[in-house]
Design a binder for this molecule. Structure first.
Ligand SMILES: [Zn+2]
Length: 565
């Protein structure tokens, strides 16, 4: 054994036979000079013989078996295999000179497949590789560059890839812009955005990833808010200097989720508005989605006992059963579309409000968006836009105010230890209700049979209070008033009474109500026509969260393979 062998994990494929004259030639030389041991070259075979299929076939033989200029009658066959001779005369295979691969016994020339692919009018460039990672089996995978100009979705995905590659702030900004400008795609994603709701310091982010498609029927209503966003902006109950003179590029869709992960699934939001970068919102607009299939699933999962246990009167229960679903959908629509998207920073404000309002920014911003929804909930504009029938307007508003007030105590079931709320949406909801209780006469805390209730006693006072609080919250954001944000949440949003929490936990536990719910994601199954093309997609829900999560943990299925044989 030689030193070469020790350094080389490859096993030799043979030695020279005396009757043949194989030799390796260096890559860069076309002539057949032998290379020294240890130098890489192409394996050639010198022999008077030719191979099967070439005998008496000079036309095919000439390009494959070249005449040896040194030995008359001898031919040279170039194998295309690269390798080295070791000091003991063994030849070690180091790969192919061309890109020929062998798959299940068949020789495949990758360049030939690429050339064939690029003949297709829709393909500009193609690359074919052998992939063994995904399937644990050899498969050919083709990557193509489409011939047509890329659409806005492709631009956004490219920008996202660039941002993931570098992690640079400038690439993040380019991605935000490209994503916002991709407005009309029926299938879209949320990827690469980060939320800080779960971190009380507002520093540590959670990644969220979604794939979804537009629910056309339900998008009609949410679009009414988007197309009338300027009207709502002009009627915001805050100082005119914080209102946008021209609301830009609000895109709003009701969507059905196909897949959620990271911070967005299976414990899922019901609405999302992005990007979070205030400068990009003001210059380029934002995109809002209302998650329709999540909302439907969660409505179906709320037991009636949840409503009756915390309602003060039977009328409140009935109102909730009749109107709470619609009211909650409207709140989400307005929260995302005219809530997050509204308002502007004070003239001369530098940087971002996140930077100055720090750990309270996220809760403040969520509070602002909720307040916008609550404020317009009973507005006659909703009747004018055909969103709520005139006869139901007051009941819808009251049903939402009652549900919102109830939630401030019911949500305490999620915080089973300590006396502080950390999650930002929970902080903002607690802040709004407790502020209203401290500053208006719209909500009363009552007790019956040792059970606590929050009862809405005056919906008009509730709405006026919401308008006043929204004015202040918008001022805090626009001016970047950290001290005021801190005081607001320290006083009303973060701390709670542990005795009340214990009571709530006891009540929900006796009703067997969950603190959190997980969303079982739809399963898409392709329906194929007789010629194998996809004609339809069947949507089903496996209804088993544990099984679905375990399935997601398995390696992905094999990619569709064409071109190998
Ligand atoms: Zn929000």
């Amino acid at each position: 054994m030689t030193n070469d062998d020790l350094n080389c994990p490859t096993i030799g494929i043979g030695v020279r036979l005396s009757s043949f004259a194989p030799a390796a030639i260096p890559k860069h030389r076309d002539a057949g000079q032998p290379v020294a041991a240890g130098e890489t070259g192409e394996l050639i075979v010198k022999s008077p013989y030719i191979a099967e299929g070439y005998w008496r076939n000079p036309t095919d033989t000439a390009p494959v078996f070249a005449a040896d200029p040194d030995v008359p009658g001898q031919r040279i066959y170039r194998t295309g295999d690269l390798g080295q001779f070791r000091s003991d005369g063994r030849f070690v295979f180091l790969g192919r000179k061309d890109r020929q691969v062998k798959i299940r016994g068949f020789r495949v020339e990758l360049a030939e497949i690429e050339a064939t692919l690029t003949q297709h009018p829709e393909v500009r460039e193609a690359a074919v590789v052998v992939n063994e990672r995904v399937t644990n089996d050899t498969a050919l995978v083709a990557y193509v560059v489409p011939a047509r100009e890329p659409g806005p979705t492709a631009d956004a995905v490219r920008a996202l890839i660039q941002f993931y590659r570098t992690g640079e702030e400038s690439d993040r900004v380019q991605y935000d812009i490209a994503w916002v400008q991709d407005k009309d795609s029926p299938v879209d994603t949320i990827n690469g955005f980060v939320e800080v709701y779960m971190d009380p310091r507002g520093i540590k982010g959670s990644w969220e990833g979604l794939v979804f498609y537009v629910n056309k029927e339900k998008t009609e209503r949410i679009n009414k808010f988007a197309s009338n966003a300027q009207w709502f902006e002009d009627h915001m109950p805050y100082d005119a200097k914080y209102r946008k003179a021209s609301v830009k590029g609000i895109v709003a869709n009701a969507i059905d989720v196909v897949m959620e992960t990271g911070d967005s699934g299976p414990v899922t939001p019901v609405g999302i508005n992005l990007p979070n970068d205030q400068r990009i919102r003001e210059q380029y607009g934002s995109k809002s989605v209302s998650l329709s299939n999540v909302r439907d699933a969660s409505d179906n999962a709320v037991p009636t006992s949840m409503r009756s246990e915390f309602s003060w009167t039977p009328e409140e229960v009935q109102r909730s059963e009749k109107f709470a679903t619609l009211a909650a959908e409207l709140l989400t629509d307005m929260h995302e579309v005219i809530g997050h998207a509204s308002g502007q920073q004070a003239a001369g404000f530098k940087g971002t409000p996140q930077e100055v309002i720090k750990e309270h920014f996220s809760a403040l911003e969520e509070g602002r968006a909720d307040l916008v929804g609550l404020y317009f909930m009973g507005d006659p504009k909703l009747v004018e836009l055909g969103i709520v029938p005139a006869a139901d307007l007051e009941a819808v508003m009251l049903a939402e105010y009652e549900a919102y007030a109830r939630n401030a105590i019911v949500q305490l079931r999620r915080v089973r230890e300590g006396t502080q709320i950390e999650e930002d949406h929970m902080r903002n909801r607690q802040m709004i209700v407790r502020w209203l209780m401290a500053n208006t006469r719209s909500i009363e805390q009552r007790t019956r049979d040792n059970k606590t209730y929050l009862v809405v006693t005056d919906p008009k006072a509730f709405r006026d209070g919401v308008g006043k609080l929204l004015g202040e919250v918008q001022r805090i954001k626009s001016e970047g008033d950290y001290a005021a944000a801190k005081a607001l949440f320290e006083t009303h949003g973060i701390h709670f009474d542990a005795t009340l929490r214990d009571e709530i936990v006891k009540r929900v536990d006796s009703l067997n109500l969950p603190s959190y719910q997980g969303f079982v994601m739809p399963k898409l199954t392709a329906v194929k026509g007789p010629d194998g093309t996809i004609t339809d997609v069947q949507i089903s829900y496996p209804m088993d969260l544990t099984k679905q999560m375990l399935e997601f943990a398995e390696p992905p299925p094999s990619p569709a393979v064409t071109g190998s044989k």
